[in-house]
Design a protein around this ligand. Structure first.
Ligand SMILES: [Zn+2]
Length: 368
């Protein structure tokens, strides 16, 4: 009987997945025989009881060992891969898996569910063409819609109460004047090296959301999407999708919930945009938000010879040339942040413009 049990037990050993398990068993086999010979010699009933107990133990161990082995190897692989993954890639994975918003941690603040912007604002996205606010449009009723590209800008500048980020400075000014803007962000500005930077980015982005501004997508790398943006000169829909999706992924990663970016301003805005770009935006029901005014605020920065007076003069001329108003392109730059209070005063008080919200502009154009 002992030999029959032994055969049953050891017949299963060839099915074991791991070498270490097989070695363990070989060791057990030897121990098993030694104890058995000892017990057989002195007490037969005890020998049988002991052997039944040992067989039961070995049977349970053998049948569960492959599972343990599998689980252990799965955990090890995950542990090795995850810390190496770029945050953006991880978040992109989450988006691609269509993460349920309910399963995420959403702070208790007002977050516009822009994924449903069409139903929330009661808009009708055009069926046969691209939706958005375009370069050539007129009839803005002397209303100016502020938009800030290339942010968030976490560099520090001197404000009234010590140093603050450029984004915070702009947000402060908008708050004082009760103006709502759109911030077209670049995914590359959402990269961070240490957790403290990530916290700061989250704070600034949440400030934008909580204070009633909209965040839009300005691509990841700021390539000209109307030209070949990658080394192979390809500029197909996949390249374009990657640029926008990566920014979305980076934002999700910082915020820890999904804030869908449905307002898009491609780098270098509308002129020369490619057919592929249009088709991608249209297929995703994204609104292209172009501009009527280019403030050229970046040009002053690039020349290194800007000063507040000259920049304000240029911006004033610009307003004089566009009495009908429209979407105004500004950038999250120190120079822009510095002159913004004076600029808004000129728009509001001296020139007779008012400022408006992008939501209202979309409702006016696409409202049902
Ligand atoms: Zn830009």
């Amino acid at each position: 009987m002992i030999y029959i049990f032994n055969r049953i037990i050891f017949a299963g050993k060839s099915g074991f997945p791991g070498r270490s398990v097989r070695l363990n068993l070989r060791h057990r086999k030897k121990t098993n025989y030694n104890i058995l010979s000892f017990l057989i010699k002195f007490n037969k009933p005890l020998t049988i009881s002991f052997f039944i107990f040992l067989s039961g133990f070995l049977f349970i161990y053998c049948s569960t060992a492959p599972v343990h082995e599998k689980q252990r190897s799965a955990v090890t692989t995950e542990d090795l891969i995850q810390p190496e993954q770029a945050p953006a890639a991880e978040a992109e994975k989450a988006v691609s898996e269509n993460m349920s918003p309910a399963a995420q941690t959403v702070p208790e603040v007002y977050i516009p569910d822009l994924r449903n912007i069409n139903s929330i604002l009661n808009l009708e996205y055009p069926r046969d063409r691209l939706g958005g606010i375009f370069w050539r449009e007129k009839d803005f009723n002397s209303t100016v819609y502020l938009s800030f590209d290339d942010g968030p800008n976490m560099n520090l500048m001197k404000g009234n109460e010590g140093f603050q980020t450029i984004s915070d400075s702009i947000l402060d000014t908008l708050k004082v004047h009760n103006i709502k803007a759109v911030f077209f962000i670049n995914g590359q500005n959402l990269e961070f090296a240490v957790p403290a930077e990530r916290d700061e980015l989250k704070r600034v982005l949440m400030r934008m959301i909580n204070e009633g501004h909209l965040i839009g997508n300005h691509s990841y790398n700021h390539h000209n999407l109307a030209r070949g943006i990658y080394a192979d000169g390809m500029n197909d829909r996949e390249d374009i999708a990657r640029e926008f999706n990566m920014t979305q992924a980076g934002l999700n990663d910082i915020l820890e919930f999904v804030y869908p970016l449905v307002l898009v301003r491609p780098p270098y805005a509308e002129p020369g945009r490619s057919n592929e770009l249009d088709l991608w935006l249209q297929s995703e029901q994204q609104y292209l938000i172009s501009l009527q005014f280019d403030s050229y605020d970046y040009a002053f920065k690039a020349d290194g010879n800007w000063n507040e007076v000259r920049l304000l003069e240029r911006m004033e001329e610009l307003l004089d040339e566009q009495p009908e108003g429209g979407v105004l392109l500004l950038h999250e730059l120190e120079s822009t942040a510095a002159i913004l209070p004076g600029y808004i005063d000129k728009i509001i008080t001296e020139k007779g413009f008012t400022t408006g919200k992008m939501e209202d502009l979309l409702i006016k154009k696409y409202g049902r």
